[in-house]
Design a protein around this ligand. Structure first.
Ligand SMILES: Cc1ncc(COP(=O)(O)O)c(C=O)c1O
Length: 326
């Protein structure tokens, strides 16, 4: 990416994240040649994709002289856990609006939110976005100097972070036919698309939707790509149909685990010693393995799976993640 694009950042992540071959899994699936990019090893707070976005978001918060980070997510949000840790490390306070009611058991990401000293607010039956706006306004009126981080950290700064990640990947290996990963708020995919355009990547950037039908996610991602390109002064724009999203693996809905995720978690663990999470990477890897078995991804391809993190949620599901034979 040209130097003139340099946007202020604070260092939170261990970069570049490792790129590894998955030889055993490739053999078990009968090809293609699989690789994995370990963004679950971004370092801070057990890692994950949001750490890259937070490097730019927190630099902006600091520039604006904010003192309190305010964001929202599911009650097992990885984004919230990484935000809480980034806030702790960088000297900000942190308020998290979490969806629904406080669960009986405090474990996984929620436990980590508390260990990092974040304050949690429960949205109950209300619209979490409304509760977030209200929480922000109250903090502002109280003079707490809040900074709003959008859902999933997906705005132009979050997109920029993943455009930079694409540049990092291209320097490691630029020969992949496809990159496959979990897509939700869309910032990761938007960044990879923009970074792919800027670095001349010619393969497919395929997001496996974890919680939304393709048309909605494609529209949001195209919007994020186009607004970030405009902000950077890059002449590039895309239509929603150009965003590659697979929404055939939504199952029973967000965070509802089925054998798709269980088997992917088992196969990555037992063939490669790699932990996937039940909500995002388990679903995305399950989708990837299904596309390979259906012949939609062919045996002679070089395919990269981007591991976006999320492993703390494993402990919330416990034995429910083990594949039981019928
Ligand atoms: C582990 C994990 N993977 C993937 C994603 C999706 O990333 P994005 O929201 O940028 O689409 C998330 C978002 O919360 C996540 O926590």
């Amino acid at each position: 990416m040209p130097e003139s694009f340099d946007v202020p950042k604070i260092n939170l992540a261990f970069l570049p994240t490792p790129l590894e071959a998955l030889p055993t899994l490739s053999k078990v699936l009968g090809g293609p040649k699989l690789w994995i990019k370990r963004d679950d090893h971004t370092g801070l707070a057990l890692g994950g994709n949001k750490v890259r976005k937070l490097e730019f978001l927190l630099a902006d918060a600091r520039e604006k002289e904010a003192e309190l980070l305010v964001t929202r997510g599911a009650h097992q949000s990885n984004h919230c856990r990484q935000t809480a840790a980034a806030a702790a490390k960088s000297g900000f306070g942190c308020k998290l609006v979490l969806t629904g009611e406080r669960p009986k058991d405090v474990t996984g990401n929620l436990l980590l939110d508390w260990l990092f000293g974040a304050e949690t607010v429960w949205s109950g039956a209300r619209d979490p976005e409304e509760v977030l706006a209200e929480t922000f306004e109250t903090a502002d009126l109280q003079g707490l100097k809040p900074y709003l981080i959008p859902y999933g950290g997906s705005n132009k700064l979050g997109v920029y972070a993943y455009a930079k990640a694409m540049e990092e990947l291209q320097l490691q290996d630029s020969s992949f036919d496809r990159i496959v990963f979990a897509s939700s708020s869309g910032g990761t995919q938007a960044g990879l698309i923009l970074g792919g355009y800027l670095s001349g990547f010619e393969g497919e950037i395929l997001g496996i939707s974890v919680d939304e039908k393709a048309s909605d996610l494609q529209a949001r991602i195209a919007n994020l790509v186009n607004s970030t390109a405009q902000w950077l002064g890059v002449e590039y724009s895309i239509e929603p149909e150009m965003v590659r999203v697979e929404d055939g693996y939504l199952g029973e809905g967000y965070a509802k685990v089925s054998n798709l995720e269980r088997e992917a978690i088992r196969d990555f663990a037992q063939h490669e010693g790699i932990l996937l999470d039940p909500v995002y990477t388990g679903r995305a890897a399950g989708g990837l393995m299904s596309l390979i078995r259906r012949g939609e991804i062919q045996g002679d391809e070089r395919v990269l799976f981007l591991h976006t993190g999320g492993t703390p949620a494993i402990f919330v599901y416990g034995e429910g993640l083990i594949v039981r034979s019928a």
